[in-house]
Design a protein around this ligand. Structure first.
Ligand code: MG
Length: 389
């Protein structure tokens, strides 16, 4: 039975960072189903939801990154630790599996803390690799921590690579749903509304990632993540449009064999994989019904969706390129959601920011955070220039 393998990190208590977000909700759902202990929860800001979670998990440590400005209820003050160091401290709790579902570059420090403490890092925070990929890799190499990707594409690739050797990979093929617009060439992208862009056809996700899926910027990020996670050259990473979202990615080997991981588009599956690896447990999601299912793949439209090539460019530039790409995109997406720029301007703003910020190496956490700040500032300037035109 597989249970013989269920030792060590596969049974570790769980720390959930970003507990009130989409990944956090689904992690808590999986943890309940697996009967796994949740020992700590963190969120970005104080909300009714994190207070409710504190009640629901009376033995768990609770941290909130942003200290509220006004007075805080005495009961909350006793129960919740405030400040980003309090969140990072949870990532250091020894012998835990840290699910990092933090949104934004704030997640990098917790990823490094988890790895430096020898914990298993179940990584859903893309910025850890985009903003500080080289730092995450060196923390991984120098310590006893483990990194298991939670992003569905990278979870798929890592499963296809089990028992394989990295030198025998010809290429990996990341699948993209294409978002709400790729399959609709009739849609004028200059005119799409926030509501249209948020309507993702297959995955139910947070707002930023839904917009990033609609521009294909999310896939650009995943190309860079794959580069860091699997030590691949950018030439070895391809993207195909697969509207069904049930082939989560593929790996092609030097002998022409292609392996893929298939399943319903449900994030609880890669989350569970990260919590139970190397074992498997009964899944919360129904398996896909293969009967009558067509495998449809097509090439991405790189002209209509320039984010993809911009991502490759930032990745190949290396150093602070991915950090600036990500930070500028976060600012641009926020501006689109506020209706300050058009959908097509998101990528234009990111490109302006990449051109404005000179290359600089990322050797320390401070370098990574500076690159993030430069990317944000450059995007804000690009947006302001557009507004004044
Ligand atoms: Mg993904």
């Amino acid at each position: 039975m597989g249970s013989a393998r269920m030792v060590g990190p596969a049974l570790n208590p769980i720390v959930v960072l970003g507990a009130t977000g989409s990944i956090g909700h689904q992690t808590l759902d999986v943890a309940v189903r697996l009967d796994r202990k949740v020992v700590a929860l963190a969120s970005g800001s104080l909300s009714d939801e994190i207070v409710d979670l504190a009640d629901r998990y009376p033995d768990a440590s609770i941290a909130v990154a942003h200290t509220p400005e006004g007075p805080v209820d005495a009961a909350i003050e006793r129960r919740i630790e405030f400040g980003s160091e309090a969140v990072t401290a949870l990532a250091r709790l020894p012998g835990t599996t840290v699910v990092n579902g933090i949104v934004g570059a704030a997640g990098l420090e917790s990823s490094l803390a988890a790895l430096e403490s020898g914990n298993r890092l179940a990584l859903a925070n893309k910025e850890s690799l985009l903003t500080g990929g080289s730092l995450v890799l060196s923390a991984l190499e120098s310590g006893s921590g483990e990194l298991i990707p939670v992003d569905s594409e990278h979870s798929a690739i890592s499963q296809c690579l089990e028992g394989e050797s990295l030198e025998e990979i010809r290429r990996v093929i990341l699948t993209a749903s294409g978002g709400p617009f790729h399959s609709r060439p009739d849609v004028d992208l200059d005119e799409v509304s926030v509501a249209d862009a948020l309507a993702h056809p297959t995955w139910d996700m947070g707002k930023r990632i839904s917009i990033d899926s609609a521009t294909l910027m999310n896939k650009a990020f995943e190309v860079i993540e794959a580069h860091f996670l699997f030590s691949l050259d950018y030439d070895q990473i391809d993207v195909v449009i697969h509207p069904g979202s049930f082939v989560h990615s593929l790996v092609e080997f030097i002998d022409g064999v292609v392996k893929a991981e298939l399943g319903p588009p449900d994030m609880r599956k890669p989350i569970q994989r990260a919590l139970t690896w190397p074992g498997r447990m009964p899944a919360p999601a129904e398996p896909i019904d293969l009967m009558g299912t067509a495998l449809t793949f097509s090439a991405p439209d790189r002209e209509r969706f320039p984010a993809l090539d911009l991502g490759y460019e930032a990745g190949r530039r290396g150093e602070n390129g991915p950090a600036v790409l990500n930070a500028a995109d976060e600012v641009a997406v926020a501006a689109f959601l506020d209706r300050r720029i058009r959908f097509t301007e998101i990528v234009e703003v990111v490109e302006d920011a990449l051109n404005a910020v000179p290359s600089a190496p990322i050797s320390t956490l401070a370098d990574a955070l500076a690159a993030d700040a430069h990317g944000r500032a450059a995007a804000a300037e690009a947006i302001a220039r557009r507004a004044s035109r």
